[in-house]
Ligand binder design. Structure first.
Ligand SMILES: NC(=O)c1ccc[n+]([C@@H]2O[C@H](COP(=O)([O-])OP(=O)(O)OC[C@H]3O[C@@H](n4cnc5c(N)ncnc54)[C@H](O)[C@@H]3O)[C@@H](O)[C@H]2O)c1
Length: 254
């Protein structure tokens, strides 16, 4: 039986690679993004390149009504959702006391609450059908911290907690909730981060040199693991957080 997936934030970067990979796997994919231009362009590209059924739906994951509309639209077009990939996220990186109330709210609303709103929308159908996979794209900021990246790690630590809480709650109803924690992946969010430095090229080189593998990760390397978690081969994996960071988080210091 074919599956239906929603991938949030799939207009570009890691989400686009996951949507494409699921399309390759024969899954019907909803590309759910706040950005209409990138969302539509990515959807057209995925359909042309994989031949899968894909649709673009605009959503603001931080807005409850918008999430409800997005879910109803996907359900009407493709049927009940089997796979939800909570990937939409923003990097709000500040020195804590330099951050504003708005920085805090925006980061929590998109990176943490957005994943809950989307999970809440799809879970009733999943529970009724006793099948479903929720995959949260977190970060190695979920268990390690870089100074002056506040409050991003707060939201990402929270998302790891939510992964485990929902995983345990619904494990006996056929739902698999798991997470992937990428390290530095070469996407527009990484470009945005390097652009904060006076010499972005030098900042990138320095970061690459700090990776045990000497390079940034590719979005497709994250998508390959998402494909496994979305499949029926990962049904015994519950509440796991798979780290894909080129070895950064296992190093003590040099
Ligand atoms: N790139 C990395 O190095 C890296 C590392 C660790 C974790 N992550 C996480 O992976 C996820 C994807 O990162 P990326 O690098 O592909 O980011 P990106 O900025 O390239 O893409 C994020 C996408 O999310 C969409 N989006 C933003 N706010 C939204 C909202 N309110 N509603 C719906 N869509 C929204 C954007 O339009 C964009 O298409 C994020 O959760 C990020 O925190 C990324």
């Amino acid at each position: 039986m074919g599956k239906t997936a929603i991938v949030t934030g799939a207009g570009q970067g890691i989400g686009a690679a996951i949507a494409r990979r699921l399309g390759d796997d024969g899954v019907d994919v909803a590309i759910a993004d706040i950005n209409v231009d990138t969302g539509q362009a990515t959807t057209e590209k995925i359909v042309a390149e994989t031949g899968c059924r894909a649709l673009f739906v605009q959503v603001d994951v931080a807005d409850r009504d918008s999430v409800a509309e997005m879910h109803e639209h996907v359900r009407a077009q493709f049927g009940p959702v089997d796979v939800l990939v909570n990937n939409a996220g923003v990097a709000v990186f500040k020195e804590p006391l330099a951050s504003t109330d708005d920085d805090w709210r925006r980061c929590m609303a998109i990176d943490l609450e957005g994943a809950w709103l989307c999970s809440r929308a799809v879970l009733p159908d999943m529970i009724e059908r006793r099948r479903g996979s929720i995959i949260n794209i977190i970060s190695n900021h979920a268990f390690t911290v870089i100074k002056s990246t506040f409050p991003y790690p707060v939201a990402k630590h929270g998302l790891l907690g939510m992964t485990r809480a929902l995983a345990l709650e619904y494990a006996d109803r056929g739902i698999c909730v798991n997470a992937i924690s990428p390290g530095y992946i070469d996407t527009p969010i990484a470009d945005w981060y390097f652009d904060q430095f006076d010499d972005p090229a030098a900042a990138r080189q320095e970061t690459e040199a700090k990776q045990p593998v000497g390079r940034l990760g590719h979005p497709e390397e994250v998508a390959a693991v998402a494909s496994l978690l979305a499949s029926d081969q990962a049904r015994f994996m519950i509440g796991e957080n798979i780290v894909i960071d080129g070895g950064v988080s296992i190093r003590m210091y040099e």
